[in-house]
Design a protein around this ligand. Sequence first.
Ligand SMILES: NC(=O)C1=CN([C@@H]2O[C@H](COP(=O)(O)OP(=O)(O)OC[C@H]3O[C@@H](n4cnc5c(N)ncnc54)[C@H](O)[C@@H]3O)[C@@H](O)[C@H]2O)[C@H](O)CC1
Ligand SMILES: [K+]
Length: 480
Amino acid sequence: MRIEDVYVWDINARWLGISPLQLMENAGAGVARTIEERFGRNLRIAVFSGTGNNGGDGFVAARHLSFDNDVTVFLVGDEAKIRSEEARHNWEILKGLDLLKVKVLKDSSYVKALDLSNFDVIVDALLGAGTRGEPREPVRSAIEKINEYAGRAKIVSVDLPSGYPSKVRVRADFAVTFQWDKEEYKDFERVVVKIGYPRELHHLVGPGDAKFALRKGGEHKGQNGRLLIIGGSEDYFGAPYLAGKAASYLVDLVHLAMPEYPAMRISDPDLILRPFEGKNFRKEHVDSLLKLAQKVDAIVIGPGIGLNEETKEFVRAFVSRCERPLVIDADGLKAIAENPGVLEGKTFVLTPHAGEFKLLFGFKPGGDLEGKGELVREKAEEMGGVILLKGPYDIVSDGRTWKYNKTGNRGMTTGGTGDVLAGIVGALLALGNEPLRAASVGAFLNGLAGDMAKEELGENFTALEVARRIPRAVKWVEEF
Ligand SMILES: NC(=O)C1=CN([C@@H]2O[C@H](COP(=O)(O)OP(=O)(O)OC[C@H]3O[C@@H](n4cnc5c(N)ncnc54)[C@H](O)[C@@H]3O)[C@@H](O)[C@H]2O)[C@H](O)CC1
Ligand SMILES: [K+]
């Protein structure tokens, strides 16, 4: 578990209705419980809190501990700087209690004057996961003050020793950290307490994942993505168009490569049309498409591409030589099912519905949610890529873990929503997301846009109306 994942989980928990106040209560209660389990009761306890949520956990722990112990809380810093609603709420509770002592240490001179020799236990809730850089005053002096008593009093840190990873840090006997043992936290003893996340959070895709996937810059490539969509045939032009339209809301450039016969039917200034001679894709087109592929960050292949023998050969030849991350959808999947070996060593997302899954693997996926999740995981591991199984709950796996998405509604059984999904997943890949995140967040956004369509229009909407609501779905995620 990484700190980044904690951020995602907290947002997804909030989406499930688990408030930050509940998490803080459980965190603080867990600290208090651990202390009493180790050291007993009737203790003299000093709690040092900072102005962030780590300090808020300290306020809660102080209240729980006060029932059977003599507790003094030292707020280190300016009361007005207690930032979050939850920390402030718990601070106000403490201020209203008469049998618990509260002292505000506004600057380092107050801290330096402290005598802590009467305390059996010191709780360090100065700085937690929100620490930026070396500890600054007055927190720094408080860390040094606490360390003067190392060996004399028991020192228990909330989440991590304040100051960590800097050298100026609390010399704690141990830290009580929350829900998971974080990989980043090294060289101090940790006791993990659970704070109330349900099992779902291991697997559920939510706005936390989506916020990460839509972040501009940072870990991403910097540019806002270029995508190539390869699809269309004498029979279909709408499918690749829908994929392209959907993607055009998310990335800077969408190249739409189609045989010229269906391409004639499309005019849309949001897309760069790349017509190829004839009615269907054939092997002769592979070289020029591979050249085009070099100009983009990701590729979607398959929507409306048809099932001509020569087209299926084209799909396999292109995929086997393509070096960009790929989304393979619809008829593209059928071509691949005949020779999955072409995926060897590729980075890809397959987006089958139950029927296409059967074509690929010989059986229809069944069982309960966990059973299906495990099944998709096994198949993804065998294939060496990501599988997104579409259904009332979409299931996504990269062969290691599996995720599920529950946005979306019955109205989305209308033709073309799968093409919209393929376009969104391709766009998220082009933005630099790893395939598991691109696929799972793609399913989430597609379903969310569909839910927005349903809210406005009822259940009789079309795929284009889902695509048109992608900007609103993105805005909702950003504002959540
Ligand atoms: N899901 C969870 O794991 C939960 C964790 N909780 C606790 O929340 C903290 C993280 O809280 P946050 O408010 O983000 O940050 P901090 O309290 O660590 O610090 C922010 C605070 O400190 C100031 N600050 C930052 N760096 C420095 C510095 N170098 N020197 C001095 N001051 C600094 C900053 O200005 C802020 O005011 C996590 O550790 C858990 O303890 C939740 O309670 C439950 C959910
Ligand atoms: K701490």
